[in-house]
Design a binder for this molecule. Structure first.
Ligand SMILES: Cc1cc2nc3c(=O)[nH]c(=O)nc-3n(C[C@H](O)[C@H](O)[C@H](O)COP(=O)(O)OP(=O)(O)OC[C@H]3O[C@@H](n4cnc5c(N)ncnc54)[C@H](O)[C@@H]3O)c2cc1C
Length: 500
């Protein structure tokens, strides 16, 4: 069958959206050109940061924490803060540096190629930032993000952590279907003027070094999706204290903390979201909670992909360097064919991983929670308007509850099921593929360089210890495989049942 001339003309004019086309290809048409420039800026910045800050201290910090589990890398955090790294990816309208969010991922890859633990200190702060953003509570975003940005001009950083995991509920807390039967321990009880939190959270990255904590609790443990509450709790609040540090095998620079809530009162002004109370939204509160979970994990799992690509690259670079100075039978290891085959495969793995996390990041930009920010007009306005203009005129507006309500209605009621599935599915692909590739590269690097790789200063064993954690957090790789199946493989197969 041939198209008529008229049909052909129409077909070419429409720029059709075709299912299954790569997200990055869609991005070429839809994302502003400045995204590329910001990515290059972020990579150049990360390389400089690695040379001047990360390489000189990362081994010492890792070793220090091994000897003393209570050690916290305050000096590193202060330095990163002085570099502006905790506010650089916060929008200018909310007081931040305004670098495009897509550029955060390559930045994290670069730092992870030296030390995933220190990259996570920076990356997990943005997990807290994006969790607050997922609530679309613009008033609270304006308050907390401005505090983060003000702190970047001072000595002490203001970081944000995310607290979901509990002693008896990990994987279950990341998946709406599993949440229903999770053994939840942290509850929120309604009281005059706010909510009271009781319970414990564990394995909270950056907990001890953060000023704010985004805490997810539930009004009714039997109906968690309907009764979810996201509260912003400040360090020092009555009824909130830190418990122990976890003693973990890798990423030691990034503390994993226990947070304890004992009749901790959180006033209504600090409640980021309570979907059951979103009278302005038509959508069911269960669906809104699900959207919020999808929003958060779609951006954070792509971030884990970036960490993992860094780890895969660090292992490959260490193996190449060792192969270039190790002699076997009178010749350099790098000239033996088995070493060449291994190095080629490792290089391929790094690039495959990078392609996957970027695909996930593009899916998130086009279909995730920040998709509206990529409209050309919004993007241009956000970049060209001077900062003083935002502070003087927009900030007072942002603090009006009515604006938060409007934005929330647009964000949740306008968010389609398919967009959520694509962003979440791609995030899972990036999460489990990149972390598996990182482990594969660390393993190959170990095999290639032999005993040298096991040495604490050999550069390979630390990548392996760090990479292993990436297969576990942000939902184990098993859970992410199942989520991929649910979101992209069988959504239209009525016979298939996932998580039931
Ligand atoms: C270093 C580190 C940092 C972390 N940082 C944070 C943080 O900042 N904030 C936070 O909230 N959490 C954090 N976590 C927690 C992390 O997200 C959880 O560890 C993760 O979700 C897995 O939960 P779990 O460890 O309880 O494993 P479990 O849920 O106990 O799972 C154990 C095993 O059972 C499998 N499994 C469980 N349920 C299912 C199912 N339904 N179907 C198939 N398989 C299943 C899992 O795949 C896994 O193999 C962190 C964890 C680590 C290790």
């Amino acid at each position: 069958m041939r198209l008529t001339r008229q049909e052909r003309r129409e077909y070419l004019r429409r720029e059709p959206r075709v299912d299954g086309v790569m997200n990055s290809v869609e991005g070429l048409a839809e994302l502003p050109r400045v995204v590329r420039r910001d990515i290059c800026t972020a990579v150049a910045l990360a390389r400089k940061f690695n040379d001047l800050v990360v390489r000189p201290v990362y081994r010492e910090i890792d070793e220090r924490v091994r000897r003393d589990h209570d050690f916290l890398p305050h000096d590193f955090i202060r330095t990163a803060n002085r570099w502006g790294l905790f506010s650089l990816w916060i929008p200018k309208v909310l007081g931040g540096g305004g670098l495009d969010l897509l550029s955060l991922y390559p930045f994290l890859e670069e730092v992870s190629s030296v030390c995933v633990g220190l990259a996570n200190v920076i990356g997990v702060h943005y997990l807290g930032v994006s969790t607050l953003a997922a609530s679309w509570n613009v008033r609270l975003m304006d308050v907390i993000y401005r505090e983060v940005s003000r702190a970047s001009h001072g000595d002490d950083a203001c970081l944000i952590s995310l607290a979901i995991t509990e002693p008896l509920a990990g994987t279950d807390m990341e998946e709406p279907e599993l949440l229903q039967r999770a053994r939840i321990g942290t509850v929120a009880t309604r009281t005059a003027g706010g909510w009271v939190l009781d319970g414990r959270k564990v394995f909270i990255s950056n907990g001890h070094v953060s000023t704010w904590h985004m805490v997810i609790a539930y009004g009714d443990r039997r109906n968690p999706l309907e009764t979810a509450v996201m509260a912003a709790v400040r360090t020092g609040t009555r009824g909130f204290r830190f418990g122990a540090h976890e003693k973990k095998m890798g990423q030691r620079a990034c503390v994993a903390s226990e947070l304890v809530f004992d009749e901790c009162f959180v006033p209504d002004e600090l409640i980021c979201a309570a979907p059951a109370a979103f009278a302005e939204c038509v959508k069911d509160p269960r669906q809104i909670t699900q959207d919020m979970i999808d929003f958060v994990v779609a951006s954070s799992r792509a971030g884990v992909g970036a960490f993992a690509t860094g780890a895969a690259r660090g292992a490959y670079e260490a193996a190449l360097a060792l192969a270039c100075r190790t002699h076997v039978d009178g010749d350099l290891l790098v000239n033996r064919q088995e070493a060449q085959l291994a190095l080629a495969e490792m290089y391929r793995n790094v690039n495959m991983a990078r392609t996957l996390y970027l695909e996930a990041a593009y899916a998130n930009a086009l279909r995730g929670m920040f998709r509206d920010l990529y409209g050309r007009a919004v993007h241009l306005l956000a970049r060209l308007t001077p900062r003083w203009c935002f502070t003087a005129f927009l900030s007072p507006l942002l603090r009006r509850e009515s604006l938060s309500e409007r934005i929330r209605r647009r964000a949740f009621d306008g968010y389609g099921e398919e967009d959520g599935r694509v962003a979440s599915g791609w995030a899972s692909i990036a999460k489990f593929s990149c972390s598996d590739l990182a482990i594969r590269n660390c393993d190959m690097a170990m095999d290639l360089v032999g005993a040298e790789g096991l040495r604490l200063d050999g550069g390979v064993e630390k990548h392996l210890r760090d990479a292993k954690l990436l297969q576990i957090y942000e939902g184990t790789n098993e859970l992410n495989r199942l989520n991929l199946l649910k979101t992209l493989v069988v959504p239209n197969v009525p016979e298939a049942r996932v998580f039931e």
